[in-house]
Design a protein around this ligand. Structure first.
Ligand SMILES: [Zn+2]
Length: 392
């Protein structure tokens, strides 16, 4: 076991590039960039471009640590930092070699006057440059600028001049969420690496290997559910992993104790009550689905869509998951709920597909500003009205 999970389930925690980027195409280019930089001592600025949560900051931290690591580069696997030399250890304890700033906080967000905003940014960039680097024992200082697309006008110009001046002493890493808004002048000076969202398969592999390294037992089904729920964001997957690991191993039993994964069986019980017209019981059960109203309403929509898919296809195709929480419901329970729908239809005379269509339509419209309780009562009374209309 490398580190206890409680101490390292922070997005900054994975310690090798492979943990984060796996075998993505740009990985080799990034490693070769690191080798060149190491050999030449020239620190060409880097722009890591990708949507929020894809792992830009994590990659930047590993890159910075790999750059200051004292271990011979050729002796390290995939150029990853060794984690044991003085610089690696210093890095983990907030090193002088690593500075991280957020371009959004350079200016005063309260100010409407754009010029004032820019002047504040310029001042912030200046203070960044003038920061005393005398305490830094590493041969290079790494400056990471988050939300770099917010760096505009004069502040971008100052940053540009800084890059030229400090190219032998500092590596500037720009983390860019929105490439269209990133200063063209800055971008032209950077080596640009675009980080795409991770595929579910890619994420599963990486999460499994992290669990193995941390000595956590893991079910692939549970890991897959986390990967799906993270929707391509490695940071999100890691934070879910951390929350689930707080219950023990990475098993389905631990997973269903988290609100976003555990509502599947409760929703099943709720709908069994709905279809038997046991209203109070149904409402109480719905109140236990998820952690809040919006999540409850989203869960209801997912459930209805999953019901439709299963009626249509018999099962949900592996790449067509509606919700990780519903993936964790057993096939037997799905059969039971579909049988309940059929029995309900026999009693009311309304075809199941038609009733499901109407419920999906209803819940899609109810989302706006009603409370979850009011939505649920409305849904039940519509279903009940169908019954009266068709039986009377
Ligand atoms: Zn090291």
């Amino acid at each position: 076991m490398e580190q206890p999970p409680s101490a390292c389930l922070d997005p900054g925690c994975p310690s090798s590039f492979r943990d984060v980027v796996g075998h993505e195409r740009w990985f080799e280019a990034l490693i070769s960039n690191l080798r060149n930089e190491h050999a030449s001592g020239v620190h060409q600025p880097i722009a890591l471009v990708g949507a929020a949560g894809v792992g830009k900051r994590t990659v930047a931290r590993i890159y910075a640590k790999a750059l200051v690591c004292e271990r011979e580069l050729d002796t390290r696997i995939d150029a990853a930092p060794c984690g044991t030399c003085d610089e690696c250890l210093a890095f983990d304890r907030s090193s002088f070699a690593y500075v991280e700033v957020d371009a959004r906080h350079f200016g005063d967000q309260e100010q409407d006057d754009k010029r004032v905003d820019e002047r504040a940014q310029v001042n912030a960039v200046h203070s960044l440059i003038e920061r005393d680097s005398g305490l830094n024992t590493a041969p290079v200082r790494v400056v990471v600028i988050n939300n770099a697309e917010e760096l505009v006008g004069a502040a971008a110009d100052v940053a540009l001049k800084t890059l030229e001046l400090e190219i032998s002493s500092s590596l500037y890493v720009f983390l860019v969420n929105d490439e269209m808004r990133f200063s063209a002048a800055l971008r032209s000076r950077c080596s640009v690496f675009r980080i795409g969202p991770l595929s579910v398969e890619g994420m599963v592999g990486r999460l499994l290997s992290l669990c193995a390294r941390w000595g956590l037992r893991s079910d692939e089904v549970a890991i897959r559910a986390i990967a799906r729920a993270a929707r391509g964001s490695f940071g999100e997957a890691l934070s879910m992993l951390g929350r689930v690991a707080a219950h023990g191993d990475l098993t389905i039993e631990s997973l269903v104790r988290e609100p976003e994964f555990g509502w599947g069986p409760t929703m099943m019980a709720c709908w069994r009550a709905v279809l038997r017209d046991r209203r109070d019981e149904a409402l109480a059960l719905f109140g236990q689905v998820g952690r809040d109203g919006p999540m409850r309403m989203k869960a209801m929509q997912s459930f209805l869509v999953a019901c439709q898919l299963r009626r249509l296809l018999g099962s949900v195709p592996p790449d067509g998951s509606v919700s990780p929480a519903l993936d964790l419901v057993s096939p037997v329970d799905w059969e039971l709920i579909l049988d309940d729908w059929t029995a309900w239809s026999r009693r009311t005379g309304l075809p199941v597909d038609e009733a499901m269509d109407r419920m999906v339509g209803l819940w899609a419209c109810l989302m706006a500003d009603m409370s979850w309780g009011a939505c649920f009562v409305r849904g039940m009374s519509v279903l009940n009205a169908e019954r009266k209309a068709s039986s009377g």
